[in-house]
Design a protein around this ligand. Structure first.
Ligand SMILES: Nc1ncnc2c1ncn2[C@@H]1O[C@H](COP(=O)(O)OP(=O)(O)O)[C@@H](O)[C@H]1O
Ligand SMILES: [Mg+2]
Length: 292
């Protein structure tokens, strides 16, 4: 049997994050595979003076639950098969890059406008900046940091003043502006794809006036049976990005679903609870089959 390990970020205390590693290890064990959970404290892989990659942890495959792009590349260069692949994780980690990667694939997505970086804290953003964004995307407008999760780095600007305040606050951080989809306010659809197939889906509904429906922000989850068209769409997106495993968020637009974002490391606790689907077993099954 092939040897593998699970890489987790050493600094996340989030219980749902740690739950994933624990559940995957449990499902590997059920199938007779002893797969260790390795914390990425620094030092798993390095490069020597002569360019030789020095691995402290090795195996045939690694379930990569971190997003450390340097470690991912070093492991792949050493021949470790990553689930997901480094390129796929990187493209999904940056929401704006995901949009660009899918641009010519005929996937409906809200319109976006990337924000240029300022690089120096002294840089000033003029009043005309907000007008340029609003002219293209209207109001309210969504402001998102390119890297973010659990709804923490997603904001809704109701006015030019609010937009300007966010643009100034984020001037040194990668971010972008996105058309707000009012029909989907506080509501979205999470679809999970493993090994090219949709395995589970749920709707999420925010409480009160909150516009973000993330389960981590108290969004109520309900099981959802995707129709053939939605299933095909989700599978097409996962294939286009080269993902073994992902959870994607769709917004309910006036004319159908719009892709909001793709999570290469979607938490699956709420989905397992809501749908009764054993997501960890599905992922482990896919990994072991791929590595057989
Ligand atoms: N363009 C949008 N229009 C309406 N609601 C949105 C839009 N973008 C995000 N949302 C809401 O905010 C939530 C979080 O946004 P998302 O891009 O998925 O970030 P995160 O990675 O933090 O989950 C979504 O699940 C959705 O409820
Ligand atoms: Mg999301």
């Amino acid at each position: 049997m092939k040897k593998g390990f699970i890489v987790v970020n050493a600094y996340s205390g989030n219980a749902d994050y740690l739950y994933q590693a624990h559940r995957l290890r449990e499902e590997f064990a059920r199938r007779g595979a002893a797969v260790a959970v390795v914390k990425n404290h620094c030092g798993i892989a390095g490069m020597e003076k002569n360019g030789k990659i020095d691995l402290q942890e090795s195996g045939d495959f690694a379930v990569f639950l971190d997003k450390d792009k340097y470690l991912m590349r070093l492991l792949e260069k050493s021949g470790v098969r990553l689930f997901n692949a480094a390129r796929a994780i990187e493209v999904c980690d940056d929401k704006m890059l995901t949009h660009i990667a899918l641009a010519e694939r005929g996937i409906a997505m809200p319109a976006v406008l990337p924000a240029p970086l300022c690089y120096t804290p002294e840089a000033t953003i003029g009043e005309d900046y907000a007008a340029r964004v609003i002219e293209r995307l209207g109001l309210p407008v969504v402001v998102k940091q390119s890297y973010g999760s659990l709804g923490k780095e997603v904001f809704l600007a109701q006015s030019a003043e609010e937009l300007l305040a966010l643009a100034r606050k984020f001037r040194l951080l990668p971010h972008f502006y996105q058309q707000f989809i009012p029909e989907s306010r506080g509501r979205d659809l999470r679809v999970l794809v493993v090994g090219g197939k949709v395995v589970a889906a749920m709707t999420r509904t925010a409480a009160g006036t909150e516009f973000r429906s993330n389960a981590a922000r108290g969004g109520r989850c309900a099981p959802f049976e995707p129709d053939g068209e939605t299933t095909a769409l989700a599978q097409k997106i996962a294939a286009a990005l080269g993902l073994d495993y992902c959870g994607m968020d769709f917004l309910f637009g006036k004319e159908g679903l719009l892709l909001c974002e793709v999570n290469s490391n979607a938490y699956f606790k709420a989905l397992e609870r809501t749908t009764g689907v054993n997501v960890a077993a599905a992922y482990v099954g896919h990994i072991l089959q791929t590595m057989a």
